[in-house]
Ligand binder design. Structure first.
Ligand SMILES: [Zn+2]
Length: 394
């Protein structure tokens, strides 16, 4: 799951100063207006360091200061300036893309853009592309890099919270073994790392129509299949941070071999990779996920049959989650969301067959309305939550 780390890249005085500045900004975000002495206590920085950085931030209009008294002594109260507020960044890495979103502390989106990546790209080249895109968006949005509170990063694969490392099972094998500190060193901002399905769930309870839902499951169907769980209003990370691996729940005892080494997993029936493989036999024109959506909407029988089988299997696996945690809302996301009812209906039938009737009846099952931005939005939300910012009440 998520642990925040400070930049461990003390290479130069500039890097150190930037890191200290970010600590002060984060402290102001989470603690609200504070005196310099309070900031010093919260950040562990010396009074002189805090005083120097606050002075520089005030000159640039990033914070405002006002005289106050604390324990009978004269003090300086420091608060973030709303006009020049800090920002949170979300980055979503996929098999063929990287997406960057920048938002203010008020959850307003300042900039968002995605670029394509070549198939089989390395983690290092993806990080380079992300870094370039982020710097471009900061310039476009006229946002100083020193105002970046942190960068949320979504990876399509499990992350072991104990070591903050992308582990086996990732959709991008090139990312296996990559650590939090490597990502942070490359991006040069405080990084908050999580799995993409978990971030999709976070986005749904932040930006989706289910905003504020206490219990919600987000199921991402793509090259892999994973679920993100929000329980009691917070992301559920289990013991080591790896949860919601429903892509590897068995749905056929004698099914196909799965990339995890098991047999008959949900992914062997319902991942977009398998759908494309199956369809390549009957419909050579179907080579990408968007072709599946197009052919299904056009009524192609083979495509509809494959979606029917996939949906029923997903519904069966979702039923296990519903029986276990009674989430109330299940949101289906990923690149097939454009299928709408064509995918949702068989999932519903699978859910109804395999879940306790009272629980399936009371479960709302919907398509994500956040589209391809869900994971990157969730990554933004991760930073804002870690920084103590909660959604402003409308
Ligand atoms: Zn498997």
């Amino acid at each position: 799951m998520t642990t925040r780390h400070r930049s461990r890249n003390p290479g130069s005085q500039t890097a150190l100063r930037q890191s200290n500045q970010q600590r002060i900004l984060t402290s102001l975000v989470s603690g609200g207006p504070s005196t310099q002495a309070e900031i010093s206590r919260n950040t562990g920085l010396s009074n002189a360091t805090v005083s120097n950085i606050v002075k520089a931030l005030a000159e640039r209009g990033i914070v405002t200061t006002a005289p106050t008294t604390s324990s009978g002594r004269r003090a300086l109260s420091v608060s973030l300036s709303s006009a020049n507020g800090a920002v949170a960044v979300g980055i979503d890495f996929g098999r063929r893309h990287v997406r960057v979103i920048i938002a203010g502390l008020d959850y307003q989106i300042i900039a968002a853009e995605a670029v394509e990546l070549p198939l089989g790209h390395t983690a290092s080249s993806a990080l380079d592309a992300a870094s370039l895109l982020l710097e471009k968006l900061l310039i476009d949005g006229a946002v100083s890099s020193t105002l970046v509170l942190g960068v949320g990063v979504g990876i399509p694969g499990p992350i072991d919270r104990r070591t903050e490392t992308v582990i086996e099972g990732a959709i991008l094998p090139e990312w296996v073994g990559i650590t939090h500190s490597q990502i942070e060193a490359r991006l040069n901002y405080p990084v908050y790392l999580d799995n993409d399905a978990n971030l999709g769930a976070l986005a749904e309870v932040t930006w989706g129509p289910h905003g504020g839902a206490s219990h919600l499951v987000f199921v991402k169907i793509g090259t892999g299949i994973g679920a993100g769980l929000i329980l009691n209003g917070v992301p559920f990370g289990g013991s080591i941070g790896v949860t919601g691996e429903i892509g590897h729940t068995p749905v056929h005892d004698h099914g196909l071999l799965c990339r995890c080494g098991n047999r008959g997993c949900l992914e062997t029936v319902a991942s977009t990779t398998v759908m494309l493989e199956l369809l390549s036999r009957t419909s050579p024109s179907i080579v990408a996920t968007r072709d599946i959506v197009r052919e299904a909407l056009a009524g192609d029988h083979a495509t509809l049959r494959i979606i029917e089988d996939a949906g029923l299997a997903v519904g069966r696996s979702v039923a296990s989650i519903v029986n276990l945690v009674n989430p109330g809302t299940v949101v289906i996301g990923g690149p097939l969301a454009g299928l709408g009812a064509l995918l949702l209906e068989p999932i519903r039938r699978g859910l109804d067959v395999y879940a306790v009737p009272m629980l399936s009846d009371s479960t709302e099952l919907v398509m994500s309305s956040l589209g391809e931005e869900a994971e990157a939005l969730g990554a933004v939300s991760l930073v804002l939550r870690q920084a103590g910012m909660h959604l402003p009440v409308a």
